[in-house]
Design a protein around this ligand. Structure first.
Ligand SMILES: Cc1ncc(COP(=O)(O)O)c(C=O)c1O
Length: 223
């Protein structure tokens, strides 16, 4: 973030942080999403704060705050009630807001649950050489999902599926998409595309499912 902020300052640019999955996570004791001019959070189904779908943004800049508030309401001015510029209809309903407030109160409990899931996987995977956790510093970061790397990814995913355990691929490397084709090599992106996937996890995942997943993974025979 320091490097990005320096570049932004030099070229007079705004910084918008995509903190979609990083609610309540910190870097150097400061909440992610509060480093730039605007931080954006996802409130989708599988997120820490879940209202069904949609998102929210935060800013400390009063001018931006006022602009965004108008922007989400067809850009109708508060003082003069007329359309100042092009705007959108991104309003949030009272019902959705009520769900969000209730979810907010559950945050500490959910965070503790996610950390418990992480520590269960972490403890067992230390003993295995065919699967590795993509590590999270749980002192500052919330381990929303359990992402792993394995040379035996395909076989492991198949083995888990045969044992009625669902896993998930991460989204494919962006540079491979038709509309964003890039010439670079992006070897880290290719590596994670090839070897990483997501294990059962998330705020609503039951501990008994985590224990079952660990038990099955320990039975996996590599090669
Ligand atoms: C880094 C990142 N950005 C953006 C999004 C999109 O969020 P939404 O589905 O709420 O639009 C996600 C969703 O998981 C994400 O992880």
């Amino acid at each position: 973030m320091e490097k990005i902020s320096t570049i932004a300052k030099k070229h007079n640019l705004f910084v918008i942080e995509d903190t979609a999955q990083a609610l309540a996570s910190k870097y150097k004791n400061k909440y992610l999403g509060t480093f730039g001019d605007i931080g954006c959070f996802s409130l989708g189904l599988a997120k820490l704060l879940n209202v069904g779908y949609g998102g929210l943004l935060v800013t400390n800049d009063k001018k931006l705050y006022k602009k965004i508030k108008k922007f989400r309401n067809h850009n109708i001015g508060f003082e003069n009630d007329k359309y100042d510029e092009l705007g959108f209809n991104f309003k949030i309903s009272d019902i959705t807001t009520s769900i969000g407030i209730t979810q907010l109160q559950k945050l500490p409990k959910k965070i503790a649950h996610l950390k418990k899931i992480y520590s269960l996987y972490e403890k067992e995977f230390k003993k295995l050489d065919y699967i590795k956790l993509i590590r999270v510093n749980t002192k500052n970061e919330i381990p929303l999902y359990i992402e792993v790397v394995s040379k035996y990814k395909k076989d492991l995913m198949k083995f888990l599926q045969q044992n009625e355990i669902e896993t998930k691929e991460l989204p494919p490397s962006l540079h491979l998409s038709n509309h964003l084709k890039q010439k670079g090599k992006f070897k880290n992106s290719i590596y994670f595309d090839k070897y990483s996937f997501i294990l059962p996890s998330g705020p609503n995942q039951e501990i008994k499912n985590i224990k079952k997943t660990i038990k099955v993974i320990k039975k996996f025979k590599k090669g």
